[in-house]
Structures are given as C-alpha cells and as structure tokens.
Design a protein around this ligand. Structure first.
Ligand SMILES: Nc1ncnc2c1ncn2[C@@H]1O[C@H](COP(=O)(O)OP(=O)(O)OP(=O)(O)O)[C@@H](O)[C@H]1O
Ligand SMILES: [Mg+2]
Length: 426
C-alpha cells in the first residue's frame, strides 16, 4: 500500500473518535493532512465521505481539487478514480462527495450513510447548519472532522467544538510549527508580517482571534461590551416596558430585537430572524412573548409605511394583527445611524443567550474593501449580517427617542445645585 507522510500532530486522525477538531493558524498542514488521512482510510475500508463547508457554489469551491492533486502526486491513481463531481475508489466502494451546507438542508438530511465528514473552513459554519448536519451523521462509527482558522471567540464552530468541546472530541490547536513541510514562500510571508504587523501575525499565523477586523463596523464596541461583562445573563425587568425594532425583509430575512430601558441602561433582551415567513408569523412570535409591551412600541423602518401591490402597508397589517407600531423616518444616509448605534452599544447590555445570533451578525457586519479604488466602500456589505445590523440601528434610533421622552418627564424635586433660589433662614 502507498506510504503517505502526515505530520505527527495529526496522528489522532487515526484514533476512533466522534469528533476530530484541528484549528489554528494558516499553513499548519490541516488540509493536506485531512486529505491524506481520508484517502488512506478510504483505501482501508469502504467509506462514504462528505466533504462539506458552509458555502459551496460549485465544485471549484470544495476540496475536490486538493484531493485530486494529492491522488496524482502520491501516485494513487490505481486506487482512486477522479470524476467531475465525485472521487471513487476503484474497487472497495469508497466515495467522496462534495456539498455546501447553507441552502442545502434537505439534501444534507438525506445523507444518512455518511461515515466520515470533513467540514473545511468550518469557521464559517453556522449553528443552524451544525444542527442539521450532526444528527444526520448517524452510521455506526461515523466521525465528523472539523478544520478551521480562528476568527472570533463567538463563532459558533469555536464555541461548539473548542469552548464547549463535546466529551468524545479530539481537539487540537495547530500552527506552522506543526507542519514539517511548511514551505519557504509561506515562511517568508510569515516573517515579513511578524516584523510589520504583530496583531495580524498573531491572528494569521499563530491562530489567535482577529483583533483587527478591518472594516468591521461594530466589532470594537461589541468586544468592549464583552470585556466589560455587559454580554451576560440580562434579566427582564417587568416594571419597564419592552419595545421592539424590526428590519423588514421583502424577499429577504426579517429581523426583530427586543429591548427595554431600565434606568439609564439599555437592555437588549432577545433577537429573532427568519426568512420565507408571512407577516402573521412575526406578529405571532412577538405576541407569544409575555413581555410588558410599550403602547405603540414596535418600531418599523420607513418601508413599513409603504403598501405592496396587494394593499395595506406592513404597519397597517401589523396593527390589525395587534402589533401597534410606529414608522421611523427614512434615513438618507445610514452613517449617522451607525454612529448612534456605536454610542448606544457603549451603555447597553445584551442577554448572551437571547441575543446570540444577532450579536454574531453585529460583530461580523463590515464595510467591504473596494479593490479598484483601494478604500472601504461607503456602505457596509449586504449579506447575512445586514438584517440584524439594520434592525439594531433602528433599535438605537427608537431607544434615543424613548430616552428623550423619559428625560422630559417632570420631576417634582428641586435641583439641589440650583443656587438661583435662596431660602432665607428664619
Ligand atoms: N503531507 C504533506 N506533504 C507535502 N507537503 C505538505 C504536507 N502537508 C503540508 N504540506 C505543505 O504545507 C502547506 C500548508 O499546508 P495546508 O495547506 O494543509 O495548511 P492548512 O493548515 O490547511 O493552511 P490554511 O489554514 O491556510 O488552509 C501546503 O501548501 C504544502 O506545501
Ligand atoms: Mg487549509
């Protein structure tokens, strides 16, 4: 049998275990080792091997090319046949298949015979995807292999497999030091970065969390909230009214935040996002929560005031469903709202569990780099993070209005510093 070399750090890939997780810096031989170990195991016995990732638009996005190159370079052509969308062992029935997780839930659920999963670039895999994938992998002795580069401490994959590692998991942090094949080109890149940008070096090569987040809109403010202990278990105070802020998805996701002012502290209680549901679904979600809601305390963006071709505006429809709301004025430029939300985060606290999904989106909401002009674009990128971020901006605007209202409530006590009035003794 062919003799493939795999760095020692990866020897546990051959120890039976439900989960195998290698994470860390670039160039640490994760991909090359997983590819070799799976090719070996597929030669030893019949396996159905799912190579997956969060997004896979075409086979080019997958590890198909890496496996094919390894087969060619290691002289395994007599063992494996490389086809356009799969790779098959020539005699024992082993097969590699390649599928993205996002948008493929039904297909993934049908893959119950899988005995090995390789989740590559798993830092991008969402909780929802893990929740579909894991219970599908149910063949006796099946294993889930995870490889990823660290990005931030709230990434679902990091939390699930490192922070709260399952008992039957082998979890190992790796770096270029674990790669005896670390190529010279990469060594030079690494050494250059170490001299010029230590933060970047720590993240890219040592596998530390990314503290730079270039282009990130709210990451700094969220990180500060985290280090201040303001992302925690936040109790709901029934004596303060709750308001909600919505981002309306027409063909897209709809997002809702629940908040309340308690004194001068803004509490973010919960976040909800879904797609492909009718308005009554969201109304039902809001009503099903037994909060002490503020009268007219559901804030909608300006497009909530617009009717669709079938008639009433979202605002009117929601009112008829018992969700009395207010429409915010249109923002001509979103940047003032961004500034307001940044300030707002600094006196906010967030319920870690209830706001988990929304916080992850806020952290990852970012301006995109404009390659042609060499500057950040003037608007953050529209992607999975936008709905939470837009709704949070509306929440900050609504919170600002409400705070002013509270501030103008007359207080029947004289200001003790008011020296204009002097009380004469006797
Ligand atoms: N078994 C091996 N045989 C030959 N070369 C190897 C082997 N393992 C790693 N290498 C070399 O090390 C380089 C980095 O390995 P690999 O791409 O697997 O790292 P990685 O941890 O997946 O990195 P990234 O985080 O960038 O995806 C490869 O491009 C290859 O040059
Ligand atoms: Mg890799």
């Amino acid at each position: 049998m062919a003799h493939l070399k795999i760095p020692k750090a990866y020897k546990d890939l051959f120890t039976p275990s439900r989960y195998k997780v290698y994470y860390g810096g670039r160039g640490s031989a994760k991909s090359e080792s997983y590819a070799r170990a799976l090719l070996i195991q597929g030669m030893q016995e019949k396996h159905l091997i799912l190579c997956t990732r969060e997004y896979q638009v075409s086979i080019q996005d997958s590890v198909h090319r890496l496996l094919a190159a390894t087969i060619a370079n290691e002289g395994l052509d007599h063992e494996y046949e490389v086809l356009q969308s799969t790779i098959r062992h020539r005699s024992n029935g082993t097969e590699f298949i390649f599928k993205g997780l996002k948008h493929n839930i039904t297909e993934i659920k049908g893959l119950q015979g899988v005995t090995r999963v390789w989740a590559e670039e798993a830092e991008n895999i969402s909780d929802r995807s893990w929740e579909v994938l894991i219970p599908t992998i149910r063949a006796a002795g099946s294993e889930i292999w995870v490889s990823f580069n660290c990005k931030n401490p709230n990434d679902p994959t990091y939390v699930r497999f490192v922070k709260n590692a399952p008992e039957d998991a082998i979890v190992k942090k790796v770096s270029w030091r674990d790669n005896p094949f670390f190529p010279d080109v990469l060594r030079k890149e690494m050494e250059a970065l170490q001299k010029t940008d230590n933060e970047g070096y720590q993240h890219i090569w040592e596998g530390e969390f990314d503290t730079r987040r270039s282009g990130a809109v709210y990451a700094k403010q969220i990180a500060k909230a985290q280090s201040d202990g303001r992302i925690t278990r936040v109790p709901y105070d029934p004596s303060s009214e709750v308001f909600t802020a919505w981002d309306l998805g027409w063909a897209d996701s709809t997002a809702i935040w629940w908040l309340q002012w308690v004194g001068r502290e803004l509490r973010w209680l919960e976040y909800y996002e879904n797609t492909g549901e009718q308005l009554d679904h969201y109304a039902q979600i809001v009503k099903s929560k037994n909060y002490n809601y503020m009268l007219n305390g559901h804030y909608l963006p300006h497009d909530g005031g617009q009717g669709n071709i079938r008639g009433d505006s979202v605002g009117k429809q929601l009112t008829s469903m018992g969700i009395k709301n207010q429409i915010l004025t249109r923002e001509t430029d979103i940047n003032p709202g961004i500034d307001l939300l940044r300030q707002t985060i600094s006196f906010s606290c967030f319920d870690a569990q209830g706001c988990k999904e929304g916080l992850l989106a806020l952290e990852n909401y970012a301006y995109k780099w404009d390659e042609d002009r060499g500057v950040f674009k003037s608007k953050p990128d529209h992607n999975w993070t936008s709905h939470a971020a837009d709704a949070a901006r509306y929440a900050a605007i609504a919170a600002g209005k409400l705070k002013c209202k509270f501030a103008t409530i007359p207080v029947n006590k004289p200001d003790p510093r008011n020296h204009g009035i002097s009380w004469m003794a006797g």
